[in-house]
Ligand binder design. Structure first.
Ligand code: KIV
Length: 278
């Protein structure tokens, strides 16, 4: 059965109207419990295809499938009451033709209940963005570093320095002209992302793109410090959950080995306590 998309408090036109206002707060979410936490504080919960690397240990986002996005998308939408879900279109699900993109975007929306999709690419995706938006699929665009193209870009580099700046600006303008309701700028130098933000009438959402964007997005596991060995420059750690979890698991393992867990308070008595006589 397909998920019935509830009409949520926040929808793409509301996000578009936030241009130049209070910054948009966006975090990724891949599961219901995290979506509930994100919902309490954020405007958008992004079901990013980063879930392939963060949750499934993949080396890049290239191997993420529609089935993975649908499974996690449903899980996130169940946890949201206020924030809007945006779901990433995985690599290979939209690049072939606008028709292929519509088939898969409409499936993502219908089966998860998310009211919008995100796809990577600028000028080359403009026709597809226009095709989707004209047919009821709100699109968040994504330019600068586009991780699904890591193999052609040659790594997770800053995109938009010197000779590349004009192309990134043209990519962003093409997405806006095609009807995108907002745009992610990833690893774009801050001066350029400020210029793009000024030039566009749709909100820019930065990740590693400086403070002048209309909003910010981070991968939730990165900002919570779930990984001890991964810390890109643009991630500020607001907690060290990885260290806390490591210490907790070490305590548990030591207590099981020492037979100090479970204690009586975590166990069940063989005989029910007799009722006190009146
Ligand atoms: O996949 C993802 O999580 C993303 C954000 C980092 C923007 O695209």
């Amino acid at each position: 059965m397909s998920a019935t998309a509830p009409v949520r408090a926040v929808l793409p036109p509301d996000i578009k109207a936030r241009k130049g206002g209070t910054p948009l707060v966006v975090l990724t979410a891949y599961t219901t419990p995290v979506a509930r936490l994100v919902d309490a504080h954020c405007d958008i919960a992004l079901v990013g295809d980063s879930l392939g690397m963060v949750l499934h240990g993949m080396p890049s986002t290239v191997g993420v499938t529609m089935e993975m996005m649908i499974l996690h998308g449903k899980s996130v939408v169940r946890g949201l009451q206020k924030a809007m879900a945006v779901i990433d279109m995985p690599f290979g699900s939209y690049e072939e033709s606008p028709q292929q993109a519509f088939r898969n975007a409409s499936r993502l929306m219908a089966e998860t209940g998310a009211p919008a999709v995100k796809l990577e690419g600028g000028q080359t995706m403009a026709e597809t963005i226009a095709f989707l938006t004209a047919r009821g699929v709100p699109v968040m665009a994504h330019v600068g570093l586009t991780p699904q193209s890591v193999n052609t870009l040659g790594g997770y580099k800053v995109v938009g320095r010197e000779g590349e700046a004009e192309k990134v600006m043209a990519d962003a303008k093409a997405c806006e002209a095609a009807g995108a309701f907002s745009i992610v700028l990833e690893k774009v130098p801050m001066g350029l992302s400020g210029q793009i933000t000024k030039a566009l009438t749709i909100p820019t959402i930065g990740i590693g793109a400086g403070a002048d964007c209309d909003g910010q997005v981070l991968v939730v596991d990165d900002m919570l410090g779930m990984f001890t060995d991964f810390r890109p420059k643009f991630v500020k750690r607001y907690a060290n959950l990885g260290q806390l979890a490591d210490a907790a698991i070490a305590d548990y393992a030591a207590e099981v080995r020492a037979r100090s867990f479970p204690a009586d308070e975590h166990s069940f008595a063989d005989i029910l306590p007799t009722k006190a006589k009146p």
